[in-house]
Design a protein around this ligand. Sequence first.
Ligand SMILES: *Cc1c(COP(=O)(O)O)cnc(C)c1O
Length: 377
Amino acid sequence: MDNDILVSRARTATITQGATGYLTIDLAALGRNYSKLASMLAPVRAGAVVKADAYGLGAERVAQTLYDQGCRHFFVAQFVEAVRLRPALAESAQIFVLNGLQPGNELACAESGIVPVLNSLAQWRQWSATARRLKRNLPAVLQFDTGMSRLGFPWEERAELAAAIRDGANVEILFIMSHLACADDLESGQNGEQFAEMARIADEFPGFDISFANSGGVFLGDAYHGVLARPGIALYGGAPNAGGNNPMEPVVRLDVAVVQTRTVPSGAKIGYGGAHVTRRQTRLATIAAGYADGLPRSLGDRGAVYHKGIRLPIVGRVSMDSTTVDITALPEGALSLGSLVEVLGPNQTLDDVAGDAGTISYEILTGLGDRYDRQYC
Ligand SMILES: *Cc1c(COP(=O)(O)O)cnc(C)c1O
């Protein structure tokens, strides 16, 4: 066996019988990424965004690893995610639902100790009414819209909210927050605009702790840090800022097996639609991952995989379960049935693949399918 992935898996764990793709998630690297951000932020605390199953990497394992590194604030998007994650974490971990409170969910949310991020007066009223019904205080985070127009109290609800807070409403506000739309772009003027709006909000709602920065925001400087940051992608090895060097360590490696090789003459049509026609005799390998496994169709005739550092371009369209690559650059016989090629790894980062696919690292990670043999190391 010439492949180190298979060798190490055979030594350390059971390989999923018949698996043809190997996803390796490096929890130690994840922990180091957390420590790096935490030390950049100190004394500001570093929370973690673990929504969408921790960007596809497994919310439980990821959250437990970060808890061991000292993380106590975990953000998910939806209540269902919070309910699934809650039993995996100690009591001292708090779980926040960014999308807020949905009608019908109030009691379940209150009973589970999950903290909703309230985004509107409607959600505030639901939560406050629930608290009064239960005759106790309920915790919440308030999110304000500072210019993204997505989630959070719009400016026109602020006066009424301030009055409601003064009246006391059995809601214990843990902190207030907002989200940056352009934090990945250090040059964007919108960062400063949102910062100024957040400063106005801090004046209107004095005395509350602030959470503002996502991954990109951590790199915008101390002013953006508030008291609690909410990094996501940087923990998972994605570049927090567009362009320049990525200071984070890669966390994910993906190797995929060859399921067939062949040699075709010049003029051969490859894949659906006959979209690629060879211009010379070409050696091909078909690998066992397609768009159902998270290789976007937009990689057709654009992306590549690697073998021993050699780039193997994707030729023709990406299929649902397979992708064909040009292996002419490799010595004859270098790849055969069961050989592995690198999709994500030392030769090709998450951001490289995202760039080739015309998307962002987030979409690549959250799209990684569940047919891979997953191993945490
Ligand atoms: C997703 C999300 C984050 C994390 O963003 P990254 O860019 O992945 O660091 C932080 N805050 C909110 C409100 C989010 O929706």
